[in-house]
Design a protein around this ligand. Sequence first.
Ligand code: FAD
Length: 452
Amino acid sequence: MTFDYDLFVIGGGSGGVRAARLAASEGGARVALAEEYRMGGTCVIRGCVPKKLMVFASAYAPAMVDARAYGWDVTAGGFDWSVFRAKLDAELDRLEAAYTTNLQKAGVQIFNARAVLEDAHTVTLSSGERLTAKHILIATGGRPFVPERDGSDLVITSNDIFKLDELPRSILIVGGGYIACEFACILHGLGVQVTQMYRGAQILRGFDEEARGHVAEEMRARGMNLHVGTDVLDLRAQNGGVWVKSTDGREAVYDKVMYATGRRPNTDGLGLAAAGVTLGRWGQVQVDDYSQTSVPSIFAVGDVTDRMNLTPVAIREAAAFVETVFKGTPTRPDHDLVASAVFTQPELGSVGMTEEAAREREPIDVYCTSFRAMQTLFAGRPDRVMMKLIVSQATRKVLGCHIVADHAGEMIQLAAIAIKMGATKEDFDRTVAVHPTMAEELVTMKTPVRAG
Ligand code: FAD
């Protein structure tokens, strides 16, 4: 049977773009890709990139206060959202164009259309074309999930935040995951009055408990109204804003309410089940270790598989898929010891096991320190930094590292190399400190604070 393409990729996000480009340029495949919104996907258009630019924008407020403490005669004026928005839009346009050009240069045929599956080898496009491919890659990502309730039409999600015409004076952020916490810090830094509610007992579920507590305390100390164990009971439009009643009896009107209550895979109406592709409880595509679905010609990578929803992971899964299918080297994406950062203020950088998970597995020693960093101490800020290593008693290997500090994202990337290589606590100890830095504490923690 002859096909129009060797590979048809549905979705032009982190995973889809990488797979299409590598399959065409290195795998010699005839490749097409359909994107229904904007090339680059969540990461580039409404995720990592615009978010990080907002993190940078928001960090200037405390930096200007600190600058005065360091002797600079500066006064912070107001933040002009419209100036920032215009620059942000231009930057996203630039990136989107770059992604498109790179795909075209690799020889990928692009369809600006929604694609749905017809069968194991056929897709139909919203533009009317019907195309066949030997392999189909589902890389449709995910979308924000807002629980259905009265008033849910009044709320915004992370998708909307980058498109606001003006910044609200006040916002309620509902949720306790990293996206909720990051936007609480960003908007607080930009001068918005932020309230965050999370129904669980502590924010940042899944991260090390001590680190979660530390971030929560720092957020509160910086002026965010963070309420855990609290959920929204009722939402109504009022005076151009949203009136909210919560489970703790609080009633207040906010200019905006943002729900960051999880994400769901983009598989609705995609024709997957009819084509025989097995889906999980939340609609995620079920794949094996090689990203192959229950239909042999159909593979899936990235958030749509709900394995580890991070851009670099989607990219690695895409590369492994191309190695396996187009370069004759069966390759499993490696999901072990993936470092990640939460871009709160302060940041949380994490790699490996939490203390709680490690304790379940084997006897451990915990090294942990909390201190005031030189830079912020001098500026008179009360901020505290936390550094923590989880060490196996049997092998002395460092099983996990958790850092709460400014620039923790940068630090954890480097610690992750050592940990991925199997470094022991003694390897850390043998490494001479870089002085004066915050990170030097990682190699100077002598005595465990506890064993477990
Ligand atoms: P996506 O990037 O979501 O791409 C899927 C694409 O498919 C989309 O462009 C969509 O329009 C398209 N599509 C969907 N259905 C169809 C269809 N039927 N036909 C055609 N096209 C279709 N990750 C990090 O590593 N670091 C971070 O700091 C970070 N911050 C984030 C912040 C926010 C606010 C969000 C929402 C996410 C963040 N992420 C971060 C997660 C990261 O964005 C995702 O893990 C990553 O984008 C997943 O890539 P993907 O290729 O699986 O899907």
